[in-house]
Each structure stands twice: as structure tokens, then as C-alpha cells.
Write a new protein. Structure first.
Length: 466
């Protein structure tokens, strides 16, 4: 049987398979499978149809960042002054200059302040100033929907930002809700890091009976940092945690710095404000982020949206001296076009895939995954992809609880009505094959992972005999 007829036969079998799945009724399904060695098309079903990729967009951002910035690239946060230190007094202003470092943690801010105590500073005769001008002041990507703004995956982007932990969920706090031991009482609500920058309104009641997870409603007032928690929590419930995005990550970081100064008993005479660091300022201390190759682990394995948008703005800054989505996406498109991606078939509007406008065909995802194999940084790119069934979350990532009959290393993607999976599938008789499965217009995107698992099994089984 010639290759064309074989592909037609496989496509017909795939259509028959779809008809047997009620959850796929009315769903757009795009699939392409190619040989990892030759790029030859093995299976195709609407592989040229533009579809929302969700977090499969991160494959493109990671590849572009490795090409432009390099695996060893680091981001920095710097403490500077335009004054002098005499007898324990710093005469002048302190500047906290952010250059996109996503790894700045609360404990790092405390270390920055301790650099002042090491120099015997007990009083600052000046202002505490945040400088976030490395990037522009547009905080949310162009297609962000309002309901995503409160959650960690929709956090605001700033060149000066703080993460609550080593997942590097930039510009967020961790909200913990612990039920009271007595029904009728309010639960105990705490945040990390502890800061007066965020206000909590506790309108929750502890109840004796079991309640659903959605019995708790969390809201954040837009353009502000008052978080309102309503509803019920069972006395038998475990501590519930949520990662909540805050408004204005720059001033959030500045406030954490102020609060760290107070803990070290360092006083000052001035105000908290934002401004560009003067050219004559002296560096007191510089903190570097982990290398890009290490940041790619939480980016790809945990599907960290904030990192994706920072990478885009950083590419714009480095190539065009403008840390914006416009310039960053221009760089991204240029780079992926060098990696076999036809831009004429793509609509790209962000770096993380949270956009509901970004649209890419399975064909172009497979093209990218095929061509990156030839790059010297391919091993780093591959290592960052989630590995199915690996329980260590920094290995299995978003696929740690997904098992297949075959070895799979791939990027997941979930949006409202969208589920995607693209990556590498290892077969004994075919070697490594590259696949992209894109499901759009699902009634429930939570059905997607199971459907993708069944499709991976179907693809593996059918290729074993053809």
C-alpha cells in the first residue's frame, strides 16, 4: 500500500474512533503525528487547522528564549544608592532596580536588607524607590479576561516582582484557610508572605457538615488588594490553599522591602515611590536568578504563565531595548520562523497560551518539535518537558498523574473548552515520533486529558502495525 492510501486509511479509522466518543461530539480535533527522524507525516487529521493551543504555546516561547537569551542567561535585582554612608546614616535614596528576575522571594528581600545592616546602616536619610522601568508599564497581556486576573496564572507582569515560593508564581501571595475547631466560627485565614499590602475580609463560616470545594468563594477587588473570602468550610476540611495574584507587583515588592527594613530596625525619613535609577547610583548588592535552563523547569513542567510573559518581554528588551509584548512577540516570531514554523498559519498574541485569540495548527507545533532536535540546546528543552507518570512534580510536572502504555514526554495545555498535548512518543518499531493533539470546543475541558490518553494509546497501537 502506498503512503497516501495508508494515510487515508488511518484517517478513516481515526474518524471512526471519534464517532464512538460522545464527549467528542461537536468538538474540533486536530492531530498530526510525524516521524521524529525524518519528519514524514504518519497520521493527520485536520493538522492544518488553526486551533487554540493553550499552554502548548509555551513550547514556542521556550524555544525562542533558548535561541535568543541562551541557556545560561540570568535575570537580576539590584540595590543601589545615590548617596553615601557616614556613621550609620545613609545620606541619599535607596533604589531597588528590577530587571525581570522571577526568582525574587521574600527571604531574598530580607537578604537585600541585611546588606545594609552589614554596612552598619541604621538610618536612611532619603526615599525608598522602586525602579521597574526595565519593562514597560503594561501589566496584563492583551487578551487577558477579567476573571483570570485574581488567580496566580493571570498575575500582572512587572520587571520588579516577588514570588512566594520556588515555583516562581510571580506577583502572588499564598492564601491559607484553616477551619475552626468549632462550627459557627470563622476559619483562620493567613497569607504568605505576611504583609500589610494585602487586606483580608473573612466572611467564611465553619460548618459541621461536609461541603463542596466551590462552597468557598474568593474575590479580589479589581485595581486593589482587598481579598474577600465568602462561604463555608467544613470543620473536617484540611487547610485549603490558593495562590492569589496581587495588583501592582512593583509596589508590592517595595512594601515587602519596607517591612523588612522595619524588622531590621532601620528607619528612614522619606517616602516610598517609583522612579528611574540615576546613572550615578552605586551598586550595594546584586542578586542573580537561576539560569534560564533551570527556570525552564517550572515554566514547562508546572506550566507557569508568568514566566512565559517575562521571557517574552525580556527578549524584546534584549533585542530592541523595549521590554514590551509588542517587541517581545516580534522577536519570538522571528526565532520560531527559523525553526520551521510558518507564521502565515499562526496567530500569536502572548507567550504563555492564556490568550483565547492565539491560534496555531498542530502542523506548526510538530514542525517546531522536529526542528528543535537539531539545536545544541535541545537536551535542555527536552528535559524541561513533563514526563508522564513521574511522581516528582519537578520531573512529571502537569503529567505526573497521567500514565500511558508508552513513554511520553510532552507539554499539556488547558483553557476553558480547550485541552492540548504535544510532544514526543517513543515506540519500539518506529523510534521517536512527534505528535500534537489539539481539542477545541469541548463541553468540559476536564474531559481532555482522558481523551488525549486514549488517543495516545490509539496512535501507538495503530503505528505498531503500520
Amino acid at each position: 500500500m502506498d503512503k497516501r492510501k495508508e494515510n487515508e486509511m488511518l484517517s478513516s479509522k481515526l474518524e471512526e474512533y471519534f464517532r464512538q466518543k460522545p464527549t467528542l461530539k461537536g468538538t474540533l480535533v486536530g492531530i498530526r503525528v510525524i516521524s521524529g527522524k525524518t519528519g514524514e507525516i504518519l497520521i493527520d487529521h485536520m493538522g492544518e487547522l488553526r486551533m487554540r493551543p493553550a499552554s502548548n504555546m509555551k513550547l514556542f516561547t521556550a524555544a525562542a528564549a533558548l535561541s535568543v537569551l541562551g541557556a545560561e542567561y540570568t535575570f537580576t535585582t539590584t540595590i543601589l544608592t545615590d548617596g553615601t554612608i557616614e556613621n550609620g546614616v545613609l545620606y541619599g535614596n535607596i533604589y531597588i532596580k528590577g530587571k525581570g528576575d522571577p526568582s525574587l522571594l521574600p527571604q531574598d528581600i530580607e537578604k537585600l536588607v541585611k546588606q545594609l545592616t552589614k554596612q552598619k546602616v541604621t538610618y536612611i536619610d532619603g526615599d525608598i524607590i522602586a525602579d521597574d522601568t526595565w519593562y514597560d508599564d503594561i501589566r496584563l497581556s492583551q487578551d487577558m479576561i477579567w476573571s483570570d486576573e485574581v488567580w496566580y496564572y493571570g498575575s500582572q507582569v512587572s520587571a520588579l516582582t516577588t514570588s512566594p515560593n520556588a515555583d516562581y508564581d510571580t506577583g502572588t501571595i499564598i492564601l491559607s484557610i484553616k477551619p475552626s475547631n468549632r462550627p459557627g466560627e470563622e476559619p483562620i485565614i493567613t497569607i504568605y508572605p505576611e504583609t500589610d499590602y494585602v487586606k483580608i475580609e473573612n466572611k467564611v463560616q465553619t460548618v459541621a457538615h461536609q461541603v463542596d470545594e466551590d462552597a468557598l468563594v474568593i474575590e479580589r477587588i479589581r485595581e486593589g488588594n482587598t481579598i474577600i473570602i465568602k462561604g463555608e468550610i467544613s470543620v473536617q476540611s484540611k487547610i485549603q490553599k490558593e495562590w492569589i495574584a496581587i495588583s501592582d507587583p512593583t509596589f508590592y515588592t517595595l512594601t515587602l522591602f519596607e517591612e523588612a527594613l522595619e524588622k531590621e530596625n532601620i528607619n528612614w525619613s522619606g517616602k516610598l515611590r517609583k522612579e528611574t535609577t540615576p546613572n550615578n547610583a552605586t551598586i550595594l548588592y546584586e542578586k542573580k536568578s537561576p539560569q534560564l535552563k533551570k527556570l525552564l523547569i517550572p515554566f514547562m513542567k508546572l506550566s507557569n504563565n508568568g514566566l512565559g510573559e517575562l521571557f517574552v518581554k525580556e527578549m524584546g528588551k534584549i533585542i530592541y531595548n523595549e521590554g514590551s509584548w509588542e517587541k517581545g512577540l516580534k522577536v519570538l516570531k522571528t526565532e520560531i520562523s527559523k525553526l520551521g514554523v510558518c507564521l502565515d498559519h499562526c496567530v500569536i498574541r502572548d507567550g504563555s497560551g492564556i490568550s483565547h485569540v492565539t491560534a496555531i495548527p498542530p502542523r506548526e507545533i510538530c514542525n517546531l518539535l522536529y526542528h528543535v532536535q537539531k539545536k545544541q540546546w535541545y537536551a535542555i528543552f527536552l528535559q524541561a518537558l513533563p514526563i508522564a507518570g513521574e511522581k516528582d512534580r519537578m520531573v512529571g510536572g502537569t503529567m505526573k498523574d497521567r500514565s500511558f502504555h508508552y513513554s511520553v514526554q510532552a507539554k499539556t495545555g488547558i483553557l476553558h473548552t480547550v485541552s492540548t498535548l504535544s510532544g514526543y512518543l517513543n515506540l519500539e518499531n518506529k523510534g521517536q515520533v512527534i505528535f500534537s493533539i489539539m481539542l477545541n470546543h469541548l463541553m468540559d475541558e476536564e474531559d481532555g486529558p482522558d481523551l488525549e490518553g486514549e488517543l495516545i494509546t490509539w496512535i501507538g497501537d495503530i503505528l505498531k502495525v503500520h
